[in-house]
Design a binder for this molecule. Structure first.
Ligand code: NGS
Length: 324
């Protein structure tokens, strides 16, 4: 043993030091295990799963070449959690109108509606919107950001807000929907914002969860699904009032329809979560899930009710203001 290694002192460490050290090692082991464990598509064949559809209303120019996606899919650029600071300062909203952007030099293969459900988180929205435009404009996709805001003090109804946003995006002919939490920011440039032929859970690896997928059927956070599939599932249940469960219920609808949840590899699926306090949990969420399982997807897109709604196009996003 080299002289500089303090064996004696190491062995004399007290239990109060040993126990936390062992616990940290065990936690690290399980974290790393989960980290590599989730099932994902092979990186080399992602291309064949891509759902290449554009909004039929989008004007394609014969003079322009088709957009290419290899550079995005093979990009090795990522930002670190700590680099995601106030990007608003160096954001120039060039080429964006009503929250929508179309690549200038080529014809895109994807049109994507990004649906962000929202209430009372102005500071997060102020970071999210410029960050996402900066991120998405590099990807050569046609996209539009919708913010669906619940403008009342009634319990939060995320499922209903997604249904309202989906109806609007579908009415505007978007073939692909990306359901997006306002507190999640993608870190990897190779995380192409596109639908696949099956629903795609995009936020598989979040810093808050030490970049581990917390359970296999999780579809909350960021989810890409084709408009046709969303309609087929009758969207989300409108019955979840308060935090939690609506996404697990949606996963149940997917599995009842034999859909498969697909994911990109971990190094293409990392997100940072902006801090916020935990919302009030819906204590009835497990009961509603059990009832919905029994009765099937009866409520959803076909039973959207609200008190009032207005659609207000703004430069950086289209605001859908709802009172439920
Ligand atoms: C589960 C919730 C989901 C939620 C997920 C992650 O426990 O709705 O945690 O939440 N399911 C139920 O409560 C039944 S997160 O910590 O990311 O906000 O999406």
């Amino acid at each position: 043993m080299p002289k500089w290694f303090p064996v004696q002192r190491f062995l004399q460490l007290k239990l109060t030091v040993w126990i936390p050290l062992c616990l940290i090692t065990i936690i690290q082991f399980f974290a790393a295990y989960g980290h590599y464990k989730y099932e994902h598509l092979p990186e080399e064949s992602l291309n064949k799963y891509l759902y290449k559809h554009v909004n039929p209303k989008l004007v394609m120019k014969k003079s322009k070449p088709d957009c290419k996606y290899e550079d995005t899919l093979h990009s090795t650029k990522s930002v670190h959690t700590w680099e995601v600071t106030n990007q608003k300062l160096n954001f120039i909203p060039k080429g964006i109108a009503n929250g929508s952007y179309t690549p200038e030099d080529c014809n895109p293969a994807f049109s994507v509606a990004i649906l962000v459900t929202y209430r009372n988180r102005q500071s997060q929205l102020d970071v999210f919107i410029p960050y996402m435009h900066n991120f998405l404009r590099k990807q050569n996709i046609h996209y539009k950001i919708y913010v669906i805001e619940q403008q009342d003090d009634k319990p939060w109804n995320k499922g209903l807000l997604y249904n309202i946003g989906a109806k609007q995006a579908i009415a505007e002919n978007f073939p692909c929907l990306i359901l997006h939490d306002v507190d999640l920011l993608p870190l990897d440039e190779n995380n192409l914002y596109a639908c696949l032929h099956q629903p795609r859970h995009m936020s598989a690896s979040i810093d808050k969860f030490r970049f581990v997928l917390i359970y296999e059927t999780l579809v909350g956070g960021v989810l890409a699904i084709t408009s046709d599939h969303y309609k087929q599932l009758n969207g989300f249940s409108n019955r979840f009032k308060g935090w939690g469960g609506e996404d697990d219920d949606f996963a149940g609808r997917m599995s009842a329809n034999q859909f498969v949840i697909l994911r990109f590899p971990q190094h293409m699926s990392r997100y940072t979560m902006l801090l916020h306090k935990q919302e009030a949990k819906n204590t009835a969420r497990y009961d509603i899930m059990t009832q919905n399982e029994k009765h099937g997807a009866k409520d959803g897109l076909n039973s959207v009710h609200f008190e009032s709604i207005s659609v207000k196009p703004q430069r950086l996003y289209t605001l859908i203001a709802v009172r439920v």
